[in-house]
Ligand binder design. Structure first.
Ligand SMILES: *Cc1c(COP(=O)(O)O)cnc(C)c1O
Length: 452
């Protein structure tokens, strides 16, 4: 008989199936399978930690969002926000569903080209576009969303140098009562900056103004903010028509819809707070339909929704490395994934479920990652049944911003697997190797000599 493990006794209140005012916390129910695959098998086959993406969930979520908008407005186009998750397989699922690409750097722009997206369907946003990037974008007929006057001046000179017209839109920031105001991107609506940019575009020789863009913020819980923003962009479009007899082609409302994650410090849980796609679609399409466009002039409505389309499709599987009592008696647990892997744990209280049958008794637990670094805390406080070393957990809703913001810090980044609609897993990104990380290093020869 193997020796039982000894843990010194402490006195601690134990909660059975703790309930909130919204009922029982379902996070305590074990989640043993993801898209028909047993968690244990996935980890055995692909390692731990492991990101798992459910392709069917991406498609369902996308179709729900598209439906919400296309049933309310005649002309709708989504553009996948690459920075939210630019794993190639993920981008291609969105492109198969009909999404264009929305990129915010030369690197992302090239990725979209490599993925086979036609240039005129790559929307180029962001404050960082080099002259070389702008040249490529103009040559490929990509819509360039201008962020500041210096970029506008560069575009004017590059388009003259290339003797080619550039398709441009301006990014507009405005007061939508959402605080803080994201006025660092684009041109301000209220103070006339946006109009100064519009005038310069029309008085330049080679720039075609084809749209207006805004991205009012992220995780916006108040759909009405979008109504305000859409009205202000529509107002610019109608006045441009008045002044320059010019119809713009589209109004791009950016991203920012909330996913169902729970922000740290939020009293209500994410699913209770997050507006539905229909809520957002209502205010945006009402604002545009009522703005005063004639039916044949209604601009295309572009959406660059990121996190709300992908968060639910991603899970992180992980393993308990150790249990430990802190000096004050609290239970803590060390996992094999930390803030390096799960970057969004800095601002979300992720739901984390045990992946095997477990006790109904729960205890408030601090969940740490594996890094030798004090900031490596996944959850400051989570009610979990006791789990043993080697047990697995599932972290839910991790599809957005983790597979792009993860850090190669102290250890290597894990594999990513996508499960197809038939339930078949595919590796879509290999785990990193020491060689992958060392490859860009160059060490001067004289440093190779030492004698310890
Ligand atoms: C990040 C970003 C998005 C996507 O934002 P979400 O909040 O993830 O929906 C869309 N457009 C632009 C310009 C962005 O920078």
């Amino acid at each position: 008989m193997s020796k039982l493990k000894y843990e010194s006794p402490i006195i601690k209140q134990i909660n059975t199936g703790i309930t909130s005012k919204f009922g029982e916390l379902n996070s305590l129910k074990p989640v043993t399978h993801i898209a028909g695959n047993q968690v244990k098998d996935l980890i055995e086959q692909y390692g731990s930690p492991l990101f798992v993406i459910n392709e069917q969930t991406i498609r369902n979520t996308f179709q729900e969002a598209y439906h919400a908008f296309s049933t309310r407005y005649p002309n709708v186009q989504f553009a996948w926000s690459y920075k939210t998750n630019y794993i190639e397989a993920v981008c291609k699922v969105f492109h198969q569903e009909g999404s264009w690409a929305e990129v915010v750097s030369g690197f992302e722009y090239q990725k979209a080209l490599d993925n086979g997206v036609p240039g005129d369907k790559i929307i180029f946003n962001g404050p960082d576009k080099s002259d070389e990037d702008l040249r490529t974008a103009i040559e490929n007929n990509s819509p360039v969303h201008i962020d500041h006057f210096d970029e506008l001046y560069s575009l004017i000179s590059i388009s003259e140098e290339l003797n080619k017209r550039a398709k441009v839109a301006i990014r507009v920031n405005m007061d939508t009562a959402i605080k803080p105001l994201w006025d660092r991107f684009g041109f301000n609506y209220e103070n006339g900056q946006a109009w100064a940019a519009i005038n310069k575009i029309f008085y330049s020789k080679n720039l075609d103004l084809i749209g207006f863009h805004t991205h009012i913020g992220t995780f916006i819980l108040d759909p009405n903010a979008y109504g305000v923003a859409a009205s202000k962009l529509a107002d610019l479009a109608l006045n441009v028509k008045n002044k320059f007899k010019h119809d713009i082609q589209y109004i791009d409302m950016g991203g920012g819809f909330a996913s169902k994650n729970t922000l740290k410090g939020s009293y209500l849980s994410g699913p209770d707070l997050a507006p539905s796609f229909s809520d957002y679609a209502d205010t945006i399409t009402n604002a545009l339909l009522n703005a005063g466009f004639s039916t044949e002039d209604l601009p295309l409505l572009i959406l660059e929704t990121g996190r709300a389309l992908i968060d639910d499709a991603g899970s992180l599987l992980g393993t308990v490395l150790a249990n430990k009592r802190l000096s004050d008696g609290r239970r803590s647990m060390i996992m094999d994934f930390g803030v390096n892997t799960l970057f969004t744990s800095f601002w979300y209280n992720h739901i984390i479920s045990p992946a095997q049958e477990c006790s109904l008794y729960t205890e408030d637990t601090v969940m740490y990652g594996p890094l030798c670094m004090n900031i490596d805390v996944i959850r400051e406080s989570i009610n979990l049944p006791p789990l043993n070393k080697g047990d697995h957990v599932v972290v839910h809703r991790v599809g957005a911003y983790n597979m792009t913001q993860w850090m190669q810090f102290i250890t290597l980044r894990p594999r990513v697997v996508m499960i197809d609609p038939e339930g078949q897993p595919h590796i879509v990104r290999e785990s990193e190797s020491k060689e992958y990380v060392s490859e860009p290093e160059r060490t001067p020869d004289y440093l190779n000599d030492f004698d310890l």
